[in-house]
Design a protein around this ligand. Structure first.
Ligand code: NDP
Length: 246
């Protein structure tokens, strides 16, 4: 196991689903945790309570990732209120899918703003604050690795951009002792992709393991990368997908 005592993490979209799982796991490992969310105050408050119960400091910031100023402000508030920033997890994303003819300029702009611009802006702001041992962990997607059904072009395009961000930034920040990695979840039981949803059986069938992940299984890899044991991994894209891309 890893230990993150004394570290401070920021998880975007940390109020539900995979992001909440990551926030809780990092807090369990000893980190103080800031999280952003878009609109659901109650769900954010629940995660705040859970992290407080672990004895860690926690900060919840309502910040729409589509707004780059809000993203930068969330990074800066984390440093102001929790004292430093060691771990950034770019997790918040929108999942706009459908026939390419139906996804117009609005969907294109929102997807690029939340899934691509925000991770770049957050990483840029975080890099200013990070010191040796810093970690930037981007959350990609299994369907950027393999597109098994139609309707995914826009979302997959946005997630594939994180490969370049990860490699380029990993190379650039390596000399400062900061690692940058990409974790590609497979189908994971969340509000966005419930394991009892109408397409869940078909999606499970595309994995080698024949089932969905739970958020804790994605969070485990993030915790590994965030800790000392992950120290020699950088620029990497890691599938935590039950064999979906294999
Ligand atoms: P959920 O929809 O369950 O949770 C999304 C979280 O992000 C919530 O905390 C939500 O806050 C927040 N959020 C959404 N939009 C914004 C925004 N514009 N600004 C700030 N916060 C926002 O998603 P998942 O947990 O399923 O997905 C998490 C990540 O994992 C995403 O990057 C997704 O692409 C990726 N992924 C998920 C897979 C899956 O099967 N679930 C598979 C592969 C990748 P609020 O409640 O306030 O809206």
């Amino acid at each position: 196991t890893t230990t993150l005592d004394g570290k401070v993490a920021l998880v975007t979209g940390g109020s539900r689903g995979i992001g909440a799982g990551i926030a809780l796991r990092l807090a369990t490992e000893g980190a103080d945790v800031a999280l952003t969310y878009q609109r659901d105050d109650d769900r954010a408050a629940l995660v705040v309570k859970q992290i407080e119960a672990l004895g860690r400091r926690v900060l919840a910031v309502r910040a729409d990732s589509a707004d780059p100023d809000a993203v930068r402000a969330a990074v800066d508030r984390t440093v102001e209120e929790l004292g430093r920033l060691d771990i950034l997890v770019n997790n918040a994303a929108v999942f706009l899918v459908g026939p390419v003819e139906q996804l117009g300029p609005d969907e294109l702009e929102r997807t690029l703003a939340v899934n691509v611009r925000a991770p770049y802006v957050a990483a840029q702001a975080a890099a200013r604050h990070m010191t040796g041992g810093g970690r930037i962990i981007n959350i990609g997607s299994n369907v950027a690795r393999r597109a098994p059904f139609p309707g995914l072009a826009l979302y997959s395009m946005s997630k594939t951009a994180l490969v370049g961000l990860t490699k380029g930034l990993g190379r650039e920040l390596g000399p400062r002792g900061i690692t940058v990695n990409l974790v590609n979840p497979g189908p994971t039981d969340t509000d966005a992709n419930p394991a009892d949803g109408p397409n869940a059986a078909a999606i499970s069938g595309l994995t080698a393991l024949g089932r969905y992940a739970v958020p804790a299984e994605i969070a485990g890899m993030v915790a590994h990368l965030a800790g000392v044991d992950g120290g020699y991994v950088t620029g990497a894209s890691i599938d935590v997908d039950g064999g979906f891309a294999s």
